[in-house]
Design a protein around this ligand. Sequence first.
Ligand code: DON
Length: 306
Amino acid sequence: MKKDYSQIISRVYADILTRENCGKVPDYIPELACIGENKFGVSFTDLSGFSYGAGDCSEKFSVQSISKVFALSFVYEKLGEELWQRVDVEPSGTAFNSLVQLEADHGIPRNPFINAGALVICDILLEICKDPKQEMLAFICAVAGEDSVFFNEKVAASEMQNSYRNAAMTNYMKSFGNIKSQPDAVIDLYCHLCSIELSCRQLSKSFLYLANGGRIPGSETHVISISKAKRINAILLTCGFYDESGEFSFLVGLPGKSGVGGGIIALYPEHYCIAVWSPKLNEKGNSYRGMKFLEEFTTQTAESIF
Ligand code: DON
């Protein structure tokens, strides 16, 4: 019998609402600190196009680090395996903005989803694109099936003004020769990509290519190859939640990615994507309610990649 995902989502959503909303909205990007901390949205979209949402599922929020997945997909498809000479694919076991491993690793970031890795990806975008910002927006429009997607210039500027750690990382990697452009240009692009806004509905749709072997459902074009989709999903599973990646895999059992805007996207290959948004973060920088919701969701569906 086909599972009733709508019923499971409604039930889990109602249950999580009755529980305490723990954690903290991040204040290191002042513009993000003023988001209503009790916002809570969920959206599920499967490969047939069936979609179901709960709560604030249509309200746009700052996707932050979730945009690292779009940037990686774009760069990996263009560069191929050569990419891995500049960024590794190992879990870091450290916070998203940690600098600690860069010296021992000679300026090669552990993976593309920690900040150091995403900054290298931005540097590559600056090398290979004429207009990286517009090309990334066009890529996200294509995978999300949207006419327009925007940067939030206020959020980007707010992060730029507080980018001391990202600046330190970029300069440090440049000293090893792993950043080619000017650090300011790399950080500007990075902060703009973090500032992209999507709703849970848009997010759950925009990740379907990764649940569908690299192809947007209903279209013939591969955004990325089957093999690359498999590899990105593998990195999502092992590195998508920084030093909480093991915990997410253990509790939820799906590849996924979080952002400090409070969003989490998770996907069940060959089946569906599910996006959750709740701004209060746990001590590892992942959405407190997002983690709880997805843990309960995969418990009730009894489905995971394991
Ligand atoms: O680099 C930063 O600090 C943020 N703009 C993005 C970090 C992020 O979303 C990490 N998430 N968990």
